[in-house]
Design a protein around this ligand. Structure first.
Ligand SMILES: Cc1cc2nc3c(=O)[nH]c(=O)nc-3n(C[C@H](O)[C@H](O)[C@H](O)COP(=O)(O)OP(=O)(O)OC[C@H]3O[C@@H](n4cnc5c(N)ncnc54)[C@H](O)[C@@H]3O)c2cc1C
Ligand code: HEM
Length: 383
């Protein structure tokens, strides 16, 4: 499937349609939801109560995924869509909902792209949407019956690490299988039906608990509820594990791990995992933030480094000259300490930080194929 989609030059048509719509995108999105909820009222209950805060999420996500088909490798696309399809089970999405969303999406695009729209343009949107939707539906229906659409879990430890960062330890009520480096969408009873992805900050543990590091963003619906209203005993829900970040276990190269802020979560999970199998590969972790408060888990990283001679931790702060750390933004700090030509590189943080770091590493000669980050997660998060 992905080969056909990934290789078709028609993907450019998707971009051109959106360029044509331009700053009427908000209206187009309003039209999409109005049509969906009027013509298929049963879909309304799948969405959050406060649609005003959420309106553009689904449609923006679909468009990003369709556009992303062009850049990502076929295997990456298929893996991502399979995970996304399984993840959508938590919304209780049915096959007829896919048809409804597809029809309303195409109708909204048609309505707002004026004379650019033609039968040929319509065919590209319909075909691409169908390929993606089919892949997601197939993945969802292939899930064994005993795998739940979501996992109930209880917060068993809650620790505020700085004024806006909390570390939550949760225990799912049934086993939650995942790999180090993955993320899960999470929903709190304080914000019903709103789900947001958070990286799991540990490798699988014998006691089955998971750790999440959450930073409350200003006016953020889910993160602020998790950080400010979270407490031991809260019952939360987890979507299935997603994401493809993993250390190549057969490579002999040293490893460079780069984490910005709570981007530390998957890096910490990968490190924990490496403690179970790594012998000879040197690992350097750059951990950056604006000031020392943002390096809320530095003590734990340093503890780990004391136990493993292969591990070096380099803290970096952009705006805290009195703190004993490398000074500057992560890309410049990493460049100063380079070159990193013989390393496998893994990056986690905000989309902006990831892009700046990738750019710097490539300028410094690191081959793109040695640089890893969750590219679909990045695309989906970027605003
Ligand atoms: C794969 C993946 C893994 C993630 N892992 C983590 C993690 O481990 N820890 C963590 O804290 N977050 C993580 N995030 C971000 C998280 O999913 C949410 O986007 C974030 O918590 C904001 O959600 P919200 O509901 O509070 O904000 P929303 O209500 O969605 O947004 C409110 C406002 O804040 C803006 N906003 C959203 N995110 C940010 C941001 N990061 N910085 C500044 N402004 C923002 C929005 O544009 C909007 O204007 C991850 C995201 C992805 C895609
Ligand atoms: C090709 C088809 C689809 C794709 C690629 C897709 C993709 C996505 C993605 C990536 C998200 C996450 C957005 C975010 O959290 O920012 C999302 C959210 C969501 N999707 Fe889908 N989706 C598809 C079809 C559907 C259908 C058919 C339904 C059901 C009517 C649906 C219901 C939802 C809901 C309810 C959310 C949460 C939105 C919110 O929080 O407002 N999706 N989708």
């Amino acid at each position: 499937m992905s080969k056909e989609v990934g290789s078709t030059p028609d993907i450019g048509v998707l971009r051109e349609t959106l360029t044509t719509i331009g700053d009427r995108a908000d209206k187009m999105i309003g039209y999409f939801y109005a049509k969906l909820f009027v013509e298929y009222p049963e879909t309304r209950e799948l969405f959050p109560l406060q649609m005003d805060v959420q309106r553009s999420r689904l449609i923006t996500a679909i468009i990003r995924v369709l556009q992303g088909l062009e850049d990502a490798g076929p295997a990456g696309i298929d893996r991502f869509l399979d995970q996304l399809g399984r993840d959508h089970r938590k919304f209780e999405v049915r096959p007829d909902h896919y048809v409804a969303v597809g029809r309303c999406l195409v109708a909204a695009l048609r309505e707002y792209s004026g004379s650019y729209w033609s039968p040929a343009v319509e065919a590209v949107w319909v075909d691409t949407y169908e390929l993606v939707a089919r892949r997601m539906m197939n993945a969802a229906s292939a899930v064994p019956a005993d795998v739940p659409p979501w996992w109930d879990a209880e917060v068993v430890a809650f620790e505020r690490r700085s004024h806006d960062i909390a570390v939550l330890t949760v225990r799912p009520t049934r086993p939650y299988p995942f790999r180090a480096g993955q993320y899960a969408s999470l929903s709190t009873p304080h914000r019903p039906r709103l789900w947001r992805p958070y990286s799991i900050a540990n490798a699988p543990r014998a006691d089955g608990t998971l750790e999440f590091h959450v930073r409350a963003v200003v006016a953020g619906w889910v993160s602020s509820a998790l950080v400010w209203r979270g407490a031991v005993g809260d019952k939360i829900q987890l979507g299935p594990p997603m994401g493809t970040l993993e250390i190549d276990p057969v490579s002999l190269r040293d490893v460079l791990l780069i984490a910005g802020g709570t981007g530390l979560s998957p890096v910490k999970a990968l490190l924990e995992d490496m403690t179970t199998w790594n012998r000879g590969r040197g690992v350097t972790v750059f951990y950056g933030g604006k000031h020392r408060d943002h390096l809320y888990d530095l003590a734990a990283l340093r503890d780990l480094a004391r136990g493993y001679r292969w591990l070096t931790v380099v803290p970096a702060v952009a705006d805290d000259p009195a703190f004993a750390a490398d000074q500057g933004l992560l890309p410049e700090v990493i460049a100063r300490r380079g070159p990193w030509l013989r390393h496998d590189v893994y990056i986690s943080g905000s989309p902006v930080m990831i892009r700046a770091t990738v750019r710097q590493l490539e300028l410094d000669g690191v081959k793109p194929e040695r640089i890893h980050f969750d590219d679909f997660a990045d695309r989906w998060a970027s605003g």
